[in-house]
Design a protein around this ligand. Structure first.
Ligand code: RB5
Length: 155
């Protein structure tokens, strides 16, 4: 069964619950890494565990939510092999997979409503990476990682 790791800060709880329902309706197993409380939290504390699981290939894909999505994007993209795409529209969410092979979708919980978020998740999951010239471009990004991380997960 496909598995998706999901996490959010305090701004994204409600949207997270709706996305979880949507994923479960589609038969996808959801690994919820919090936060599930109401108190204000620091988004890195929740983005890091998702990025670690996707970076290590323990889980293939992730979804992260904070207020704008910007903080979670910055955190996730620090990790080797993470291509976290912040999207606020369906076209970008689809292209994030087709051209960028994004393995984490990031959504702004204060920016995007539930209906739009569901559509974005749907197209991101359904789209297929085109490879070819896009793989060449991603390879150039991976070369940057190799400069900074000696201790990369084996691929
Ligand atoms: C929290 O107020 C907010 O800063 C956070 O959710 C996120 O938008 C950061 O990028």
């Amino acid at each position: 069964m496909e598995r998706i790791a999901i996490a959010n800060d305090h701004t994204g709880r409600e949207l997270k619950e709706d996305i979880k329902d949507f994923l479960r309706e589609k038969g996808i197993e959801v690994v919820d890494l919090g936060t599930n409380g109401n108190e204000s939290v620091d988004y890195p504390d929740y983005g890091i565990p998702v990025a670690e699981k996707v970076s290590s290939l323990e889980i293939e894909k992730g979804i992260l939510i904070c207020g704008t999505g910007i903080g979670m994007s910055i955190v996730a993209n620090k990790f080797p092999h993470i291509r976290a795409a912040l999207a606020s529209d369906v076209y970008s969410a689809r292209m994030a997979k087709i051209h960028n092979n994004a393995n984490i979708l990031v959504i702004g919980g204060r920016v995007v409503g539930k209906g739009l978020a569901r559509e974005m998740v749907q197209v991101w999951l359904e789209a297929r990476f085109e490879g070819g010239r896009h793989q060449r471009r991603l390879d150039k990004i991976s070369e940057i990682e190799k400069r900074f991380w000696k201790d990369q997960a084996k691929r």
